[in-house]
Design a protein around this ligand. Structure first.
Ligand code: G1P
Length: 279
């Protein structure tokens, strides 16, 4: 059973400056909810109730968001506005939020390692809130936790990208064992198109086993001079089982302006459809 989800959330969000000068990028709203709330909701849907958030300096509003706001509650109690707090109240009631700070920004692998004491010795999920996933049926993380119950190994969510985009992703190659599952043999972080072993890109959804921490502990810096999660998973794939899962749904890269706007439009359409549906 996967009971914990780790959210690396210490990055600066420089691509969204000046909006992210004082506001954490995870708090940028997609319609009425901050980006990270979509990830938390996806984790709850997957049956996960402990959210382990790796934050950094200037990220306190994240903690405040997932806490009660007494003044606000008091102010709107008994009014029609109360319904706007229903979703976030429900999240707070259902979940436990634990935090740690990443002092130096040394890469995704380093962020995951920083969260080690929040996770302990059990398998866990990782969500990169920048990647907002929308699906018609089960959420992507739920698809993956169900798969984990059967396969009991490291799982990464993947999608095909155009060959010229490989340098923005962790790229995975291996052999297909079914329509949606590939046994990963090789993973490379952000390869140039000519060095990419495939065009299958890892998105920000992972199921990891605690073995990853020992690997990360002893790992040297990789692409971009950072401790890369992709390199640690690659090390596990060499000796153990790592599956790449072609998820059902659409992923929006909210770390880019185009993706952010596309996600906003998609979520807006959902709101409208919901509002128009008979109650
Ligand atoms: C990170 C990972 C990369 C992955 C990507 C998915 O990169 O390092 O392997 O493909 O997330 O969004 P980042 O986008 O943080 O540079």
């Amino acid at each position: 059973m996967i009971t914990k989800c780790l959210f690396p959330a210490a990055g600066y969000g420089t691509r969204f400056l000046p909006a992210t000068k004082v506001m954490p990028k995870e708090m940028l709203p997609i319609c009425t909810k901050p980006l990270i709330q979509y990830g938390v909701e996806e984790a709850i849907e997957a049956g996960i109730h402990t959210m382990a958030i790796v934050t950094g300096r200037g990220k306190r509003t994240l903690e405040d968001h997932f806490d009660v706001s007494y003044e606000l509650e008091h102010q709107i109690r008994g009014t029609t506005k109360e319904k706007h707090l229903a979703d976030i109240r429900d999240i707070i009631d259902k979940s436990r939020f634990v935090y740690t700070r990443q002092r130096d920004i040394k890469g995704l692998g380093h962020a995951v390692l920083t969260g080690r004491h929040l996770i302990g010795d059990e398998p866990f999920a990782v969500v990169l809130a920048d990647d907002l996933c929308v699906s018609e049926g089960k959420g992507v993380l739920k698809q993956m936790t169900e798969l984990y119950k059967r396969e009991l190994c490291v799982i990464v969510a993947v999608m095909e990208v155009s060959p010229k985009e490989t340098s923005a992703y962790g790229i995975v190659a291996g052999e297909w064992i079914s329509d949606e599952l590939l046994r990963a043999r090789k993973m490379v972080e952000k390869p140039a198109p000519e060095d990419a072993p495939s065009n299958l890109a890892v998105i920000g959804r992972y199921i990891l086993t605690p073995q990853i921490f020992d690997v990360l502990q002893n790992q040297t810096a990789g692409a971009g001079g950072e401790i890369q999660l992709t390199d640690a998973i690659n090390a596990i794939a060499k000796h153990g089982k790592v599956l790449a899962y072609r998820f059902k749904g659409t992923r929006y890269d909210c770390g880019s302006l185009d993706g952010f706007v596309a996600a906003t439009n998609a979520i807006y359409r959902q709101y409208k459809a919901k509002a128009a549906a008979p109650q």
